[in-house]
Design a protein around this ligand. Structure first.
Ligand SMILES: Nc1ncnc2c1ncn2[C@@H]1O[C@H](COP(=O)(O)OP(=O)(O)OP(=O)(O)O)[C@@H](O)[C@H]1O
Ligand SMILES: O=C(O)CCCC[C@@H]1SC[C@@H]2NC(=O)N[C@@H]21
Length: 273
C-alpha cells in the first residue's frame, strides 16, 4: 500500500518568515490576481509590507489590461503593498525600481539580466546561452485609494519552471529554459524582496538619483533605436537617449527630444536590434 506523500512545498515558509525586515509573506494556493487580492487588503486597511504569493494565478493581468499567463506552480506571481511617503509625482519610479530589483535578484542567481523600459525584465543572450533569451518577468504597479491614503500595489510575475510550450509568446523565456533547471523559488523570492526593500528605503530617504543611475546601467532600451507605439495608433521613432528625472523615456528623433511616460505607451520595440 502506498501512502499519499505530501506535495513538495512550493516555498520554504520558515525561510520566508525570517525574510527581509518589514515584509510579511503570505502564500495562497490560488488567486485570480495577486494584485487584485492585495488591492482589496489595502482597502481593508492592511499595513505596508504585506506580500501575497499565489502558487497558481488564474487571471493575471499585465499593463493595459493584457493577460499574464502562468501555469500552476510554474512561476512566481506575487504582489507587495507599499504606502510610499514620497509625493505621488515620484511614483512612476516604482515599476522601474521593481524591475531593477528583479534584475539584481536574477544576477545573484547567476543570470545575465537587464531591464527593458518600462516594465519588463529580460535574461540571456540568444546567441550564446543554452536557452534563447527573452522576457522572463513583468511588473504591474497599480495605485489604490484607501482610507489611509493612496497605496501602491507592486505586482511581479517571473517565469521560473515554465516550459517553452507553456509560454504564451515567442519573445518570452523562463529561468529553467535559460539555465537548464529551475533555481530555488524561495531564494529568488527572498532576493527580489530584499533588493526591493533596499531600493525602496533608499528612494524614500534620498530620492531617485541613485536608483536612476543604477537603472540606466541595467537598461537595455537606452542607447537603442526604438519605435514607441502610442495610444490612438501613432508612433514615435528615434534613439532612446535616457530616462528623465520623472522616470520617463527620452527619445530623440525627427521631432527633437520627446519624453514619454509608461502610462502613454502601448509598446516599445527595438528597431534594428
Ligand atoms: N508568462 C508570460 N511571460 C512573458 N510574457 C507574457 C506572459 N504572459 C503574458 N505575456 C505577454 O506579456 C505582454 C504584457 O507585457 P507588456 O505590457 O510589457 O507588453 P509587451 O508586449 O512586452 O510591451 P512592450 O513592448 O512595451 O514591453 C502581453 O502582451 C502578453 O502577451
Ligand atoms: O508584463 C506585464 O505587463 C506585467 C505583468 C505583471 C504580472 C504580475 S503577476 C503578479 C501580479 N498580479 C497580476 O495580476 N499581475 C502581476
Amino acid at each position: 500500500m502506498t501512502a499519499d506523500l505530501p506535495a513538495r512545498p512550493f516555498l520554504d515558509g520558515d525561510r520566508l518568515a525570517a525574510g527581509p525586515p518589514g515584509l510579511r509573506v503570505e502564500v495562497v494556493a490560488a488567486a485570480p490576481s495577486t494584485n487584485a487580492l492585495v488591492a482589496e487588503r489595502a482597502r481593508s486597511g492592511a499595513a505596508e509590507g504585506l506580500v501575497v504569493v499565489a502558487e497558481h494565478q488564474t487571471s493575471g493581468r499585465g499593463r493595459l489590461d493584457r493577460s499574464w499567463e502562468t501555469p500552476d506552480r510554474a512561476a512566481l506571481t506575487f504582489s507587495v503593498l507599499l504606502r510610499p511617503r514620497v509625493a505621488p509625482v515620484e511614483w512612476p519610479w516604482l515599476p522601474l525600481m521593481t524591475g531593477y530589483a528583479v534584475c539584481r535578484a536574477l544576477r545573484e542567481a547567476g543570470f545575465e539580466a537587464g531591464v527593458k523600459w518600462p516594465n519588463d525584465v529580460l535574461i540571456g543572450d540568444p546567441s550564446t546561452g543554452s536557452g534563447r533569451g527573452g522576457k522572463v518577468a513583468g511588473i504591474l504597479v497599480e495605485r489604490v485609494e484607501t482610507g489611509a491614503g493612496p497605496a501602491a500595489v507592486v505586482g511581479v510575475g517571473i517565469n521560473v519552471s515554465t516550459t517553452r510550450e507553456e509560454l504564451p509568446i515567442e519573445a518570452a523565456t523562463s529561468l529553467a529554459i535559460e539555465a537548464g533547471a529551475a533555481p530555488d523559488r524561495t531564494d529568488i523570492l527572498l532576493w527580489v524582496l530584499g533588493a526591493l526593500r533596499e531600493e525602496y528605503d533608499a528612494w524614500q530617504a534620498g530620492g531617485a538619483a541613485t536608483l536612476h543611475a543604477a537603472y540606466l546601467g541595467s537598461c537595455v532600451t537606452v542607447g537603442r533605436d526604438v519605435q514607441v507605439a502610442l495610444p490612438g495608433g501613432g508612433a514615435l521613432t528615434g534613439r532612446a537617449t535616457g530616462i528623465d528625472p520623472g522616470g520617463r523615456l527620452t527619445v530623440s528623433g525627427p521631432e527633437g527630444e520627446v519624453s514619454v511616460g509608461a502610462g502613454d505607451v502601448v509598446h516599445v520595440r527595438s528597431v534594428n536590434p
